[in-house]
Ligand binder design. Structure first.
Ligand SMILES: C[S@@+](CC[C@H](N)C(=O)[O-])C[C@H]1O[C@@H](n2cnc3c(N)ncnc32)[C@H](O)[C@@H]1O
Length: 338
């Protein structure tokens, strides 16, 4: 449990500019090779050419109550508590609903439970027992979504955690938590991994979870992850896989489970080979799990279609397109010391 005072939160543009300044300062400390690119892209996307929905998202974050809070990210639900009396419906739930859809979590803001589309805590529980202790480590979480796992990584003792994700709504979901947890060393950069300069070698652990299948060039993604790691650093890779041998990879003709941007689903054996061909060593598969409709489902906080709508009605082992239903593998690998 960490005791924290809230950030001062007055005026959206000021808040965003101050966040960009703070992010830039933090990167100078733990990822200097990325500071300039992150700073330029963040200011471009957040200040110079902001997304049309940004005023609503900013208003949601700003409408959250000014109270001293404590954050607990040690357990499945990242939880904020406060001793201040609050009308949770109007002061907490209403602003948070402006940040919908909430996909990755769960979170609890002062008694308002955000039942997200994904039980992201289940993924963390499958992976956390196998990774190197995060204490004191500098961590990158590529495609961090709402930053749910970043808060868990900080609670596990990381020295600094940087989440990168180009989806701006997720930045505001992160800022909603950060408003009460600014002393935790968690940062969010609204950028794509491939926009970052190669050769940073800044991170002790790099996570890429749920991203590889979105990349048209998966080997380039693995090489980017490699070059972000310090020599000797650890990669945690999680992605969709299919059954098959070392020669097997599925490329959907168009959509996969209704998702438009899915490219390569390798077998576990082929994925291990990709990692080895990209220079990683000590490659091991730590988990292979079918995704269930208990782990990914529509909720009050994500009211669009979800996994049950993307599976074949007559045979839930297939997607609506007739491909094998989602199955995810988690692998750990290491960048050699030299
Ligand atoms: C399926 S979600 C996974 C979220 C989280 N890592 C998890 O495992 O629960 C994929 C995320 O990757 C982000 N993403 C997609 N392409 C990316 C890229 N090129 N660089 C960084 N993030 C990316 C998306 O915006 C999305 O939030």
């Amino acid at each position: 449990m960490v005791s924290l005072l809230q950030l001062s939160f007055s005026g959206g543009d000021t808040v965003i500019a101050e966040y960009c300044d703070a992010l830039s300062d933090a990167l100078s400390d733990f990822a200097p090779a990325w500071r300039e690119s992150v700073d330029g892209l963040s200011r471009q996307r957040l200040i110079k050419s902001p997304h049309g929905d940004m005023p609503r998202w900013q208003a949601g974050v700003e409408a959250l109550p000014d109270v001293a809070a404590r954050v607990n990210a040690d357990r499945g639900c990242v939880t904020l508590t406060s001793a201040a009396p609050l009308d949770v419906v109007s002061q907490v739930a209403a602003p948070l609903r402006q940040l919908m859809p909430w996909r990755k979590g769960p979170f609890d803001f002062f008694g308002v439970h955000i039942d997200t589309e994904w039980r992201s805590d289940w993924k963390w529980d499958r992976i956390a027992p196998h990774i190197s202790d995060l204490s004191g480590r500098t961590v990158l979480d590529v495609g961090c979504g709402s930053a749910y796992h970043c808060w868990r990584m900080a609670a596990a003792g990381a020295h600094a955690v940087l989440g990168v994700d180009p989806t701006l709504l997720y930045l505001f979901q992160y800022l909603a938590v950060r408003r009460y947890a600014a002393q935790l060393p968690v940062w969010f950069a609204p950028v794509r991994m491939e926009e970052m300069p190669t050769g940073a070698s800044s991170f002790d652990t790099v996570f890429s979870m749920g991203v590889l299948y979105h990349r048209r060039s998966p080997l380039d993604h693995l090489l980017e992850l490699f070059s972000a790691l310090k020599p000797g650093g650890e990669l945690v890779l999680e992605t969709l896989v299919v059954d098959g041998d070392v020669q097997t990879v599925l490329m959907p003709e168009d959509r996969y489970a209704s998702m438009r941007n899915v490219y390569f689903l390798p077998s576990v054996a082929m994925l291990e080979r990709w990692l080895l061909r990209c220079g990683f060593i000590d490659v091991r598969t730590i988990d292979v799990s079918l995704t269930t409709t208990d782990e990914q489902r529509a909720t009050n906080w994500m009211t669009f279609q979800s996994l049950s709508d993307f599976l074949c009605e007559d045979n839930p082992q297939l997607t609506v397109e007739g491909y094998p239903a989602p199955c995810r593998a988690a692998l750990i690998a290491r960048r050699p010391l030299r």
